[in-house]
Each structure stands twice: as structure tokens, then as C-alpha cells.
Design a protein around this ligand. Sequence first.
Ligand code: CP
Length: 315
Amino acid sequence: MKKFTAYKDVSQAEDLVALAKELKQHPFQHQEFGKNKTLGLVFLNPSLRTRLSTQKAAFNLGMNVMVLNLDKDSWSLELEDGTVMNQNSQEHIKDAAAVISQYCDIVGIRTFPDLKDREADYSEQLLQKFIKYAQVPIVSLESATRHPLQSLADLLTIEEHKAKAKPKVVLSWAPHPKALPQAVANSFIEWIKESDVELVVCNPEGMDLAPEFIKDVTVLHNQEEALKEADFVYAKNWSSYENYGEILAGHENWRITADKMQLTNKAKFMHCLPVRRNVVVTDEVLDSEQSLIYQQAENRTYAAQAVLLKLLGHE
Ligand code: CP
């Protein structure tokens, strides 16, 4: 594996899940791969789980870790080539990526979309330029359109908790007061649809995800119909792809409640966190026996560890 930014970067996702499972049992094996190696984590946006779980994964492998909050503690980046940099940007991404990668053996980067210009966001300009100018493997810590470390952890969580060979997995849009990226939902679809599940996506009219991610996945605009006989319910808000970046007000009836969970096949509940309690989903569901939110967060460590180990050369 040369980089980890999307499903296509991985040759066999099930092998990566198996490796993550093995590392969960024996987290400190393979420290010979990380000894005297350095992971750099570059954040242009906030994070709790990704920041800590990826550091923990690196420590488990015996790596050193450096974290840079580039948005707060460093120079503002220029992305365009040939610009006369006499305005606000202080450092060109070409120089930043080249220099950071001199200090590191692997670099992780988090870069959210601005949700204003769909074409710019979906071209993943910042991530692609960073990859171009860095001399080491790059791991996405969530980009404008994908969150692959989250998806790998989610795949592992479903694998661990499924009670039948081919479970029904429902990804449901849920309400939220702010405009959120589509990355978690896009990425969940990209990874989960390749595994042995019946995947259904449900969202209100006007909130369909990008065709390049949905492809032939079933999309329903009736949440109650979608939830019937579900084995897993994954709730997530996303802003509109069609009316790019707009939020959908007045759809509080899409909140996941205990009554809605009654429609399912005693489904497990999933959310990537952070979650706005009693907006996206009620406390009753989040704190129920069916909730897997902390198991997903725990699995972030082993998903990241499997990815780092592969990038360090483990066969
Ligand atoms: N799920 C997730 O990526 O959490 P953070 O944004 O806190 O890293």
C-alpha cells in the first residue's frame, strides 16, 4: 500500500479488517516495524478521536509521533501555483509538504471541505497537492469527500457484531443545525457496499449523496420503510450535495428515536461521533445496549494501526 486516502488504495479490504482484528488481540506485536520511525499528523480542522486513536496506533507500533495543528500553529497555506504571494497566505503547500515529509516516514492530514464550491471540494485540491509534494506515504485523517479510517473501523465493528452472514445496514440522514461534510457518509458507502451486506441509504428529498458514491445503492426517501428489519442503523447528518453545502431545516422527524429502532430487527446503532445528543439521535438510543458508538471509537485505534503497519511494509 502506497497511501491511504480511499477504498481504491487498498488491495483487499477484508485482509485489512483481519489485520485490525489481530492487532486488537495483540496490539504490541510488530513493534519492529515502527522502531525509529516517525508519524506526522497535520490537522487543518478539529479532532478528538482521529487525533488520539491514530497517535495510540502509532505508539502501539513503537513509532514516534509529531502533531501539527496547521490551522492554528503554523503559516496559512497557498495552494495555487505561480501566485504572487503578497496577500494573506504565507507558505506554499509545495514547501510545507516537502519540509514536513522530510521529518516523517508517514504523514496523516485532515482537511475538511469549505462546502461553498462543490467542484473544488470534490477535486480534493489540498489533499492531492499535499500528496504531490510530499515524499512519504500519506494517510487521510478525513478529507473533503472521504473518511477512510472511520469507514475501516466501522467495517470492523459491523464484522464483530453481525448476527447473520448478510446483515441489512441502513445509513440514515439525521437532522443537524450546522452544515456538515458528506465525507463520512460517502466513505461509509464506498467501503460497506463492497462487503457482504444489504445496504440501504435513506434521506429526505434533495439530500441525495453524490452519484459517484451512491452508484447502484438503494436510496429511499421514507425513513420508516428503510428501517424495517435493519440489523444496523448508522445515523449521520450531511449537508446537501445538490444545493451544495445547504442545510435542510424542519426535518426533526428524521431524528433516530427508540420508537424508530422498534421498526428494526433489534438493530445495533452506530454513529462516528461527535454527536449532538437529542438532535441527531436521542439519549435513550445512544445509551442503550444496542448502541455501538464506543466500540466504533475503540476500533479507530486498530483500523489506524493496520493502515500504518501496511504502510511501514508489513505484507
Ligand atoms: N469520528 C471522528 O473522526 O472523530 P473526530 O472528528 O473527533 O476525530
